[in-house]
Design a binder for this molecule. Structure first.
Ligand code: GLA
Length: 382
């Protein structure tokens, strides 16, 4: 991947680039909790976005996406959001300019093997790779945490998704063989070894993504904020759903709006569930962890309503299989992948069977990705 990108870059821009790799991510448990100041349990994976970059002598950007075989050139003052892949590169560049970082024109080429739109955070990986590359190229002196926050702002401003911090954090800070328990309020994190003992993390990709995903995402976030606002009328010290409990929700939210209550109930339970699931993982109790994943899926599907029939079908089809310890939809929802804990010797047969059922009932091909953990964003040696 790196060699191919380097060769394409040299052919396009006639100079040797600096190359950065930034991975996609999975999340074991703790979904839609990051923007509620809760915890998440992601890991960076062995699927990455690669960015090759070099300086230009002017104030223009030359952008090249190998997998779309598309090049774009624009002036720095013409940077604006669009529906194209380039919006992520423009978005982080725009944030750097707004922060007063001293950058001039650059050429960049990107490539990668993170499946797009599959809920593996290809966009965060792209943003992080570009930021890291620009930070190196122009010696901006930004820390990984600075870059995480800049990438999140870029996603809000240019992609229009009011996302939390999980995806960028996981991409930047991944560590091979580990998941990260991230406290999204304090931003403190702890690495927890991922002991899989005869089991694998397997993704089943629905290969669909509904267009309402980003609107629905922002709407869920608003509903959580509404719930907090009602709680605060009675308990002003509550700043987020992290501070709330079920009895507060019953007293202050249920009578106002049943739907907002259900949304908040899922989040409060999920924050609690993650604490316990993380203890299960530390104790090597994958059975107990897997059971919690099924509960998370039910909450996401019935209370939070961010699943879809294809995701539900993939989870339902593995429930009760003794070789599967847990399964749930992963990420923002409305498409993308389910994450499963499957016994190693059963992965191939089970994914074949599931794909056949899925094809029969939906007409769509399902793909399987066996996930390995990886390190975070890094500069690659020449
Ligand atoms: C998307 C967002 C994350 C997070 C997840 C749901 O991936 O980008 O910030 O909210 O959805 O857990």
């Amino acid at each position: 991947m790196k060699e191919k990108l380097k060769a394409a870059f040299v052919e396009q821009y006639n100079t040797e680039p600096l190359i950065v790799r930034s991975p996609g991510r999975v999340n074991i448990i703790g979904e839609h909790t990051d923007y509620n100041e809760g915890f998440v349990l992601p890991a960076a994976i062995d699927k990455s976005i690669y960015a090759a970059i070099s300086k230009r002598g002017d104030y223009k950007l030359g952008l090249y996406a190998l997998n779309y075989n598309e090049t774009i050139e624009c002036n720095m003052e013409d940077i604006r959001p669009s529906k194209s892949w380039s919006t992520y590169i423009m978005g982080v560049t725009d944030q750097l300019l707004k922060k007063g970082c001293r950058i001039s024109g650059f050429n960049i080429a990107v490539d990668g093997d993170v499946p797009l739109g599959a809920g593996l955070s290809s966009s965060a990986a792209l943003e992080c790779s570009v930021l890291f590359a620009l930070n190196e190229l122009f010696s901006l002196g930004l820390s990984k945490m600075d870059m995480i926050l800049i990438a999140q702002k870029a996603e809000h401003a240019f992609a229009g998704v009011k996302c939390g911090i999980m995806d960028m954090f996981a991409s930047m800070h991944g560590r091979e063989g580990h998941v990260m328990k991230l406290d999204c309020r304090s931003l403190e994190h702890e690495y927890v070894p991922l002991k899989m003992d005869g089991y694998s993390l397997v993704l089943f990709n629905t290969n669909i993504q509904h267009s309402l995903a980003s609107t629905a995402y922002n709407e869920r976030r608003q509903q959580c904020e509404q719930g907090v606002a009602w709680i605060r009328e009675r308990w002003p010290a509550v700043n987020s759903l992290r501070d709330a409990d079920v009895s507060m929700l019953r007293t202050a939210v249920k009578k106002q709006d049943e739907l907002v209550y259900r949304r908040c109930l899922y989040v409060v339970q999920e924050i609690q569930r993650l604490e316990e699931a993380c203890e299960d993982l530390k104790a090597g109790n994958l059975q107990a962890l897997g059971q919690k994943m099924f509960l998370t899926h039910r909450g996401l599907s019935k209370e939070y309503e961010v699943s879809c029939k294809e995701l539900d079908l993939l989870v339902d089809s593995v429930i009760g299989r003794k070789e599967v310890l847990g399964a749930r939809m992963m990420g923002g929802g409305f498409g993308g992948c389910t994450i499963n804990i499957i016994r190693n010797d059963a992965v191939e047969q089970l994914s074949g069977e599931t794909a056949a059922v899925y094809k029969k009932l939906t007409g769509i091909d399902m793909s399987t990705i066996v996930v390995k953990t990886s390190g975070g964003t890094e500069k690659l040696s020449a």
